[in-house]
Design a protein around this ligand. Structure first.
Ligand code: MEV
Length: 435
């Protein structure tokens, strides 16, 4: 029988597990043992993971794979990817190799500005508010100095604050809209601290100003935005159309079909969502491996995909004068300092693998991973179809479901080199060799 519990967070880890297994599990011993199997024997390391969040009961593993041979602006990278989907790393590696032979990836950071807003309601005269804001803007920024001083020394800080009238959208709604440069930090803590200070100073000065005796101002919230259309990076590949010829498919024919597939994703949201999901396979995997916030990245990128009022492809293609060009523009607010980057040992390992990129370099690497993933997916979709490759990669998952032995696995791999992989074909094969 399930039941309610109070004071759960104050229980020890073992007490929490006991309560969970007694309340929800028929096999209490096995359920407890499974959680313990995933504990790290290094107590310090386990404690580190326990303390990342509240109520940790165990660790949740994802594979960390690597995709080598990414030639980006003339430098080779091996890209770390934390992801469970079987075909993603293989597809990235294939795309890396394909483009390495055709000049590699080129990238450009188009902007690094981040956004945060103080949302407030104001009942009063707009002219008073405007002139008050102009008067106190330098003071508001000055009040943030204790927070911004270090960031400013390194070349970042608050770039601007604007007063925005949003009353057309919502009655009495206004904002202080801040733009920020946070350099190698993702910047969430910095921006949110600045915003809370701005809100406090703004309200205090408002309350003390005689012009507002008859007016009312209520701060609703102060928070960064994960929509960062001006923290933007471009990654691209290009080559003569003839060089796309592969495995009996003419370059011209491939380029035309590929361009058509992208054109479909530019006009059809049902396709665009799946198209962009494929891009996120690459992006999320690198974002996660480098300890960044993949939910923030996801939210920001999908908003960007809808910026023209229709959800569209994030990648674009042109075939002009015999040259095939394929590119992606995406907003990416990532950090290479702070957060998990200095805390999680595997994240540190991934940074060393990437040769310690700064935030701008990491933006470029992540954009390349997204572009490569999309190239691999659309290439398969418009030529062989994806199932052939996917099911080959999925073979191991099916074999593991049936607890295949090492010998059974190697027999199956040999057999399915020349036979199509389907779930039932693998089941039949296992049953046959076992009988
Ligand atoms: C599967 O994870 C991703 C794809 O569906 C992407 C796409 O359709 O472009 C293959």
């Amino acid at each position: 029988m399930t039941q309610k519990i109070s004071g759960f967070s104050r229980l020890s880890k073992l007490e929490k597990i006991n309560w969970l297994t007694q309340t929800y599990f028929s096999g209490k011993e096995e359920a407890t043992q499974l959680l313990k199997t995933y504990w790290n024997s290094d107590k310090k390391l386990q404690q580190l993971h326990d303390e990342f969040i509240e109520n940790t009961v165990t660790n949740y593993y994802l594979p960390l794979g690597v995709a080598p041979n990414f030639l980006i602006n003339g430098t080779y990278y091996t890209i770390p990817m934390a992801i469970e989907e079987s075909s993603v790393v293989a597809a990235a590696s294939k795309a890396a190799k394909f483009w390495e032979e055709r000049g590699g990836f080129k990238t450009t950071v188009l902007g690094t500005t981040k956004i945060g807003q103080v949302h407030f309601m104001y009942h009063g005269d707009l002219d008073h508010l405007n002139s008050f804001f102009i008067d106190i803007k330098p003071t508001l920024i000055e009040d943030c100095k204790p927070i911004t001083a270090n960031m400013e020394k390194r070349g970042g800080g608050i770039l601007d604050i604007e007063l925005v009238d949003k009353t057309d959208a919502l009655a009495n709604y206004y904002q202080l809209h801040g733009t920020f440069e946070t350099l190698d930090a993702m910047g969430a803590n910095f921006i949110n601290s600045c915003l809370e200070q701005l809100a406090q100073s703004f309200k205090e000065r408002f309350d003390a100003d005689v012009r507002f005796r008859e007016s009312e101002l209520s701060i609703i919230m102060s928070i960064l935005s994960n929509y960062v259309p001006n923290c933007l990076v471009r990654a691209e590949v290009s080559c003569p159309v003839d060089e796309l010829t592969e495995k009996g498919i003419e370059g011209k024919e491939f380029a035309a079909k590929f361009a058509q597939a992208i054109a479909i994703a530019e006009v059809e949201p049902y396709r665009a969502v799946t198209h962009n999901k494929g891009i996120m396979n690459g992006i999320d995997a690198v974002v996660l491996a480098t300890g960044n916030d993949f939910r923030a990245i996801e939210a920001g990128i999908h908003a960007y995909a809808s910026k023209d009022g229709l959800y569209k492809s994030l990648t674009h293609v042109s075939v002009e004068k015999g040259i095939f060009r394929f590119w992606i523009d995406i907003p990416l607010a990532v950090g290479t300092v702070g957060g998990l980057t200095k805390l999680h040992p595997l994240v540190k390992w991934c940074f060393e693998l990437l040769q310690h990129p700064n935030a701008k370099e990491l933006m470029q690497i992540i954009a390349v991973a997204g572009l490569a993933q999309n190239f691999a997916a659309v290439k398969s979709l418009t030529t062989t179809g994806i199932q052939q490759g996917h099911m080959k990669m999925h073979l191991m998952n099916i074999l593991n479901q049936f607890e295949a032995t090492k010998t059974e696995k190697s027999q199956a791999i040999t057999h399915f080199k020349t036979h199509p992989v389907t779930h039932s074909a693998v089941v039949n094969f296992i049953e046959k060799i076992r009988s």
